[in-house]
Design a protein around this ligand. Structure first.
Ligand SMILES: Cc1cc2nc3c(=O)[nH]c(=O)nc-3n(C[C@H](O)[C@H](O)[C@H](O)COP(=O)(O)O)c2cc1C
Length: 134
């Protein structure tokens, strides 16, 4: 298994309904492919972790990168893992609105990532939440 983390930028700020559509197809496709992960949205930035069998993660990432709703995907980290950080989430997401300078949302992200044991991944999500909630 591998885990890949990337950051990207939305072409324009997504409406909640569009984000719900992305989450719906993510959860359906990822469940079928054995991919799990977390997607956090802060303004126009996305930070996403994808984990699962290498070929499934790569295929999923290729499809995501080709999505015209965002651009400039930069892979931050990609490495083999022995176990998943998000075994229960076909695609986890912060429960409230995308981060917009609202401290409560940073708290939501903190709660989401509290159980992540991997320090690299924990740091990426914590920094992202801090930056976009400032
Ligand atoms: C930021 C972002 C994250 C996405 N994450 C996933 C994902 O984890 N899994 C997935 O299948 N599609 C994801 N998508 C959507 C894909 O780009 C693509 O639209 C979708 O997989 C097409 O599948 P469908 O035809 O079944 O809807 C994401 C799109 C964006 C913009």
């Amino acid at each position: 298994m591998i885990r890949l983390i990337y950051i990207s930028t939305a072409r324009c700020e997504l409406a909640e309904i569009e984000l719900e559509g992305i989450l719906r197809s993510s959860r359906r496709n990822n469940a079928a492919a054995g991919v799990t992960g977390l997607l956090v949205v802060g303004g126009r930035r996305f930070l996403q972790a994808l984990e699962g069998p290498e070929s499934a993660v790569k295929q999923t990432y290729d499809r995501i990168r080709a999505d015209e709703r965002h651009f400039a995907a930069v892979t931050l980290d990609s490495r083999p893992i022995a176990e998943r950080s998000f075994p229960g989430w076909a695609m986890g997401h912060q429960p409230s609105k995308p981060l917009r300078g609202d401290g409560a949302v940073a708290d939501d992200v903190a709660a989401l990532i509290a159980s992540i044991g991997d320090p690299t991944m924990h740091a990426y999500f914590a920094e992202f939440a801090k930056k976009h909630a400032a």
